[in-house]
Design a protein around this ligand. Sequence first.
Ligand code: HEC
Ligand code: HEC
Ligand code: HEC
Ligand code: HEC
Ligand code: HEC
Length: 464
Amino acid sequence: MTRGPVLAPVALAALAVLAACGDDPLPVEELMKPETCQACHPDHFREWSGSMHAYAGDDPVFLAMNAKGQEETGGALGGFCVQCHAPLALQLGLTTDGLNLPDVPQWAKGVGCYSCHNVVEVTGTHNNPLRLAMDQTMRGGLRDAVESPAHRTAYSSLLDAESQGSSAMCGSCHDIVTPAGVHLERTFSEWQETIFAHASPLRHVSCAACHMVPSTDVIAEGPGLDVPLRPYGRREHTFAGLDVALTPWPEVEGQLAAIRRDLQAVLLPRLCVVPADAGRIDYRLDNVGAGHMFPSGATADRRAWIELVAYGENDEVLFSTGVIPPGQPYTDPEALGDPNLWMLGTPTRDAQGQPTELFWRIATIDHPGTLLPPAVTTDPQDPRYYHAVERSFGVPGLLPSIRRVTARVLVRPIPFALLAELMASGHLTLDLRDQVPTHVVGGSVLEWRPGGDACVCPQGPPCP
Ligand code: HEC
Ligand code: HEC
Ligand code: HEC
Ligand code: HEC
Ligand code: HEC
């Protein structure tokens, strides 16, 4: 059975909601429920219902980690985790520490429509400093919204994908400073260093501009509504990143499709096989698509790695690195017996210097670690202008036998080791290992064969 936000038959729901709409907007309690919006914004609702924003308060890994954290800190963690994963439930007093989330009504969990569209002020840069108006007005990027029978509308730069203010809205939840003062997730502060955070509105690219792709649909539909097609159409609400729901949940296929699309555009690769050093393979990766590091966000947990294989005449493997089969955990290079392993992430350690992914134990984070940096300057004279990263793999004496070299980047949002740790302590009861995706970063895939150029790349030959 599929849990999560209910996809009610839209026409019926629309009639019921419209019937409830009199001359006044619906009461605040109704506007806090995403299901209310489904009547007139069915596509926004459908996409959002599969997003990690909708899943944030149901995610079993989140629930297990929060429970373990509350236990290990004697409750000192308090509302720290739910302030972002179930902000409305916390504000309404439906939870204080997230331990009762399974009993909290579905509409109050996760990051719902109201948690964004009712924001009136951003008072900080991290740990969700968003203030809600708690009124009947839905804020967005339109200055001339047609009248809605369900809610009042207002323009807000904080909800305008064309405005820098909207990055402060998204970003202040996508930047975490732990109670111990560790700057653990930094998507927002990374973005602030990039060319996309430019002061000029003409050059500025917000989080929403990249993550909420416009499409040519009307914004609202339903009986009696006469809504024009807007220049930017409707903006996608999948909020696809790397995570997918690990338990039965709506729209998993839609999420995976959006993730595949976004991963196609993030990296620009180049693969060269050169005679230098008696034979060498060079693989270069340029983070051209992300407005922050790649990967970003929960980089204490997630790892991307480079898989590179050289084959001989009979397809036998002559050299390989980063071959980690789907069901196998990634660990350090020594444990894998792979001294060449190129892994992207930010190792985190506790006060004793031991590796840990548990927020409340983390004392240090090696940021930016091996993350791939984004574009931070448009000035070719600036040494940071060229931000591609290249690694060389020695294959001495092998060049004459090599018939094919394949290279690609893989990324897995959560480590099996974390799941195992949460299961061992009894906080996680489901074995979710097989549900964790290992994505291929589509745009990174290259194959080289002898007889042509030394280098292959999507723009070549010849490769720049
Ligand atoms: C009865 C129909 C109906 C319902 C229910 C409804 N809306 Fe709307 N909404 C509209 C209409 C009509 C517009 C105006 C569209 C336009 O002008 O293109 C609109 C516009 C908006 C806008 C844009 C405002 C702006 O100025 O940019 C947002 C945001 C919005 N709605 C959010 C919501 C949310 C969140 C919910 C659920 C709490 C919801 N709506 C429920 C009909 C509805
Ligand atoms: C994480 C924050 C966030 C959440 C959650 C969210 N939205 Fe939005 N929404 C935005 C932003 C940002 C825009 C872009 C506004 C713009 O630039 O016009 C937007 C735009 C809209 C619009 C205006 C038309 C458009 O597509 O640009 C509507 C209507 C809307 N959202 C409805 C919803 C509904 C309904 C839900 C819940 C099912 C929802 N939103 C959840 C942030 C959010
Ligand atoms: C109220 C806090 C909050 C706001 C505001 C917010 N987010 Fe999120 N976002 C979250 C949380 C919490 C998650 C992770 C949920 C989970 O995986 O359990 C998340 C997940 C995501 C993901 C998926 C990450 C992954 O690895 O799969 C993307 C993409 C994203 N948000 C983009 C945005 C954008 C764009 C905006 C602004 C329009 C925004 N967020 C605003 C809290 C927020
Ligand atoms: C120039 C376009 C662009 C901008 C601006 C941008 N992003 Fe991204 N973002 C991407 C791409 C491309 C990816 C990689 C594809 C993926 O993970 O789905 C990504 C990935 C993510 C992820 C998934 C985590 C990961 O490891 O990569 C989150 C969360 C996210 N972005 C949030 C944000 C927030 C918050 C902002 C604003 C502070 C922002 N993004 C600005 C393009 C952008
Ligand atoms: C400042 C807001 C914020 C706080 C506080 C916060 N989170 Fe998150 N959490 C996020 C965002 C944003 C994401 C999505 C990260 C991304 O993909 O970039 C996320 C993702 C996650 C995930 C998804 C799996 C993964 O790592 O990819 C888990 C689990 C999680 N958080 C657990 C927790 C726990 C446990 C706490 C408290 C100790 C916590 N979070 C506190 C914002 C927050």
